[in-house]
Every structure is written in structure tokens, then in C-alpha cells.
Design a protein around this ligand. Structure first.
Ligand SMILES: [Zn+2]
Length: 273
């Protein structure tokens, strides 16, 4: 059984502030240890459930050379391999080879979620709202659609209660969620201590993989329309001249609209690295 772990840092137990997830800040070193240990918990659960190949991808943009490079290598569980330094949500090697299931660890809620700890969608200054057809999605939805394009179901999502609620609205019913904290605002949470949170993640990964049969991959209906509400008007310029992309502009809200035969085509038209 091949298992892909896609990981983000904001949804980890113990993390509630930007300084804990920003490379070079004093609190970052602690944050990345907390992050790495939650990955290890998922690896333990996946291995116990029968995984033979486990690849963990660091999807957290910590800034500069720390971006997608926040795991502490010497702490990582020896039974996984990991991807560092890869462009965001573009690691598809394992999916192309045929991946049985994906586990999302440490996820945060989409932008503008009142109880979403460190909530945002891709960028804190640009992407206000994002829809795949009628689904209002955050980063979990993007990564799930990437997996879904290759027929790989997401069977576990961990993070705060807000992201667990968010994914239950759009992903398959059989999904397992593990909430390690409950947001009291964007920068505050009532949390489960890391040691217990890790056990919950390990148990959740095990259970999710044991019960993965019948869990559907997330595939937005085809043809697919992607709609991005842009918060900062100057950022509209980033989308000029892209094939298949249109604008809907008004003084109240500005949208970038991308239509494709399927999700991947529509996504490729707006997401360049
Ligand atoms: Zn992140």
C-alpha cells in the first residue's frame, strides 16, 4: 500500500502564531519539531495499517529557504521518505505511480473562517475566496482535488476543528478527521497537548487506512469552473494574459474565473509556479 502524506504546519497542536511557522523567527524551531512529530505519528499509524511506501510532503511555505523545508530531518521516522523544497501542491510522482490513499496532516481552514487558527487560502493578501464549481474550498480542497485527479482518495485530515468541519462538507463521507485544537480566534485555541494529539493522529491514520475501501476521491464535476475572489485589487495583474482566464470586476468584489475540461486544466491556468 502506497500512502502520501501532505502536511502543513498551521494545524499542528501547539501552533497558534505566525512566528511559530515563519523560518528564522525564534519560535520557529519549536514549531518545526512539533510539526515533524505529528508527521511521525501519521507514519506510525500508516505503517501499522500495512503501508509499504510512505512519502511525506512538506507543503508549508515558511518563507525563503525554509519554504517547503520545515521538517527536522534527524527527527523523522525512518520508515518514511520525505519531499522538501518542491513547488506547492505540485508533487505528483507518487500519485502518478498509483497511490492508495492520502493523509493530510496539520491543515488549517480556508481564509476568513472565524474559528480557523491561522486560517488563509494560499496567500494572506490575495486569495479571499476560492470555489471549485460550487464548492467553497481552502488549501485542503486544492490538495484533495490534486489527489483526486489521479484517483487517490483523502482518508484522513488533521488540524483544528474548523478545517475538519470544512473538509467534511466537500470530501467523501467515510473521511476520518482528527481535531487537535479548537480555534478561539485566528491566533488562539484550546488545544490537546502534543503527546495526546500525536496518539490521536496515529490512531486516526490507522483507522482511516484500514477503512479506506469505498472512500471516493474528490473530483470536481467536469467541465470545471474555478473562481477566485481577489482581496487585493493590484493582485489581479498576476492573472493577466493567462489562457482560459476571464475577469469579473466591480467596486465591491473582483473575481478571476478559469474554465477547463477538468479541474486540472482549470487549475493549471491559474496556478503557475
Ligand atoms: Zn502552511
Amino acid at each position: 500500500m502506497r500512502v502520501l502524506i501532505m502536511a502543513d504546519m498551521e494545524g499542528v497542536s501547539g501552533i497558534v502564531r505566525w512566528d511559530q511557522v515563519t523560518g528564522g523567527k525564534a519560535q520557529y524551531e519549536e514549531g518545526r519539531r512539533l510539526y515533524t512529530e505529528e508527521i511521525n505519528a501519521a507514519v506510525r499509524g500508516a505503517k501499522a495499517a500495512g503501508a509499504t511506501e510512505i512519502v511525506a510532503v512538506d507543503c508549508h511555505g515558511a518563507g525563503g529557504d525554509y519554504s517547503f523545508n520545515s521538517f527536522v530531518p534527524e527527527l523523522l521516522h525512518p520508515d518514511c521518505e520525505w519531499v522538501a523544497g518542491h513547488p506547492w501542491s505540485r508533487y505528483t510522482e507518487l500519485l502518478e505511480q498509483g497511490c492508495d490513499a492520502a493523509l493530510f496532516v496539520g491543515m488549517h481552514a480556508r481564509n476568513n473562517t472565524p474559528d480557523g487558527v491561522l486560517c488563509h487560502t494560499i496567500s494572506t493578501v490575495k486569495w479571499y475566496n476560492l470555489w471549485f464549481n460550487d464548492d467553497l474550498v481552502g488549501e485542503s480542497g486544492i490538495n484533495a482535488a490534486l489527489c483526486g485527479h489521479y484517483g487517490c482518495p483523502v482518508v484522513l485530515v488533521t488540524g483544528d476543528e474548523a478545517v475538519c468541519r470544512e473538509v467534511r462538507e466537500i470530501l467523501s463521507d467515510g473521511l476520518t478527521t482528527v481535531a487537535v485544537k479548537r480555534g478561539l480566534g485566528r491566533y488562539s485555541a484550546r488545544q490537546i497537548p502534543p503527546v495526546r494529539a500525536r496518539q490521536m493522529i496515529e490512531d486516526g491514520a490507522y483507522k482511516a487506512l484500514k477503512n479506506r475501501n469505498g472512500i471516493q476521491a474528490y473530483v470536481p464535476a467536469k467541465p470545471t469552473t474555478i473562481r477566485i475572489q481577489i482581496d487585493n485589487v493590484e493582485k489581479l495583474a498576476d492573472f493577466i494574459g493567462r489562457p482560459g482566464v476571464e475577469f469579473e470586476k466591480s467596486p465591491n468584489a473582483n473575481y478571476v474565473i478559469s474554465r477547463g475540461d477538468d479541474w486540472m486544466q482549470a487549475w493549471n491556468q491559474v496556478w503557475h509556479w
